[in-house]
Design a protein around this ligand. Structure first.
Ligand code: PMP
Length: 368
């Protein structure tokens, strides 16, 4: 680890691979001898157009995006896509199904109701978002314009380990917090979107993969803001307006690094190792640490846990002492409390080993 850096378990923006940061640092002041930084150049310059084209090509290669799908790079985060989805997809059907398994899916559903009818195909709020119900329990409407699910719920630590089967209704996935952590089945989806500030770069941009029948404007609502139109974004190569140039460039470096390591299969292997180690420590603690999420729905990315049945004073002590071991940003989301460790690509396996060692010694000292 580089001098002075810590193990950063932040849920996003989050740790990035040191190699990517160092490459960006090397190229910062004078990008490839062109006399200026990427931050300072026109988005229409030949240098930047090459950066954007290479980023798109690498997204297509790494995720196996079908050639007829459009790749979109947009600002406004995943949050703006909560609105863009109904605006581009509801069409004449006017209604859509939402599988709500956490707080982000809940927000996406709420946004749909501004433009049409968002139906709850399932809602696990009564379980405090700790489960994913079996398909037999989903209330799917065959006339829905689409079915939306959140592949990984960042706050609650709930992850789909499979692509939901919703028949012929177009499937939409918010992959913000597990994007680039495993291979994905793009062609089973009509739209995939992800803010990149977890596993693929700094904040400021989301990536979208959209099937051609939703990129042609045919289902776009008249009130759709130009900026939210996937047709406009796609037809203009994600440069209808000034894009988040520097973020796009850093994502491009992250993608190149991913390719060098062997693609998403490499990150999947690392994620399995890291989450396996941490869940092992939690489950082996005889209840001192507890993860509320049902085992089959546990996230490889965000691991929420309580200490001693939710003892807030002890959790505070844990967070304070963890910092002395360079283990940072382990507090749970402000809405749920407790602790949460996010294990994104930029957080190395050795950081999780350090965390589990610390958890063991903290337990030995504080178990009553
Ligand atoms: N969806 C998920 C799963 C998220 O984790 C987040 C951000 N934490 C969002 C959507 C919202 O993303 P943004 O803040 O980029 O709008």
């Amino acid at each position: 680890m580089a001098e002075g850096r810590v193990y950063n378990f932040s849920a996003g923006p989050s740790a990035m691979p040191l190699e990517v940061l160092e490459e960006v640092q090397r190229e910062m002041v004078n990008y490839k001898g062109c006399g200026m930084s990427v931050m300072e150049m026109s988005h229409r310059s030949k240098e930047f157009m090459a950066i954007a084209a290479e980023a798109e090509k690498n997204l297509r290669d790494i995720f196996g995006v079908p050639s007829d799908y459009k790749v979109l790079m947009m600002q406004g985060g995943a949050t703006l896509q909560f609105s863009s989805i109904p605006l581009n997809m509801l069409g004449s059907k006017g209604k859509a199904d939402y599988l709500v398994t956490g707080q982000w899916g809940e927000k996406a559903h709420k946004e749909c109701n501004k433009y049409g009818t968002g139906q709850l195909a399932c809602n696990t709020k009564p379980t405090k978002f700790t489960t994913i119900p079996q398909k037999a329990e989903w209330k799917l409407d065959p006339e829905a314009a689409y079915v939306h699910y959140c592949a990984n719920e960042t706050v609650n630590g709930v992850e789909f380990s499979y692509t939901p089967d919703v028949g012929s209704v177009p499937l939409v996935a918010d992959m913000s917090s597990n994007f680039c952590s495993k291979p994905i089945e793009v062609s089973k989806h009509a739209f995939i979107y992800a803010g990149i500030q977890k596993n693929l770069g700094p904040a400021g941009m989301s990536v979208g993969f959209v099937r051609p029948d939703f990129a042609d404007g045919s289902k776009e609502m008249k009130i759709c803001p130009t900026y939210c139109s996937w047709k406009t974004t796609g037809d203009n190569g994600s440069m209808y307006n000034t894009p988040a140039c520097f973020t796009m460039y850093v994502m491009g470096e992250y993608l190149k690094y991913t390719k060098k390591l062997g693609g998403v299969a490499y990150w999947a292997e690392q994620s399995d190792k890291k989450s396996g180690l941490l869940y092992g420590a939690i489950d082996g603690s005889n209840g001192f640490y507890n993860c509320p999420v049902e085992k089959s729905a546990r996230s490889r990315m965000n691991v929420p846990f309580t200490i001693n049945g939710g003892d807030e004073a002890l959790e505070k002590k844990f967070l304070d002492e963890a910092k002395k071991h360079k283990l940072y940003t382990l507090a749970g989301h402000r809405s749920v409390g407790g602790c949460r460790a996010s294990l994104y690509n930029g957080l190395p396996l050795e950081g999780v080993a350090k965390l589990t060692d610390f958890m063991k010694s903290f337990m030995d000292e504080n178990r009553k």
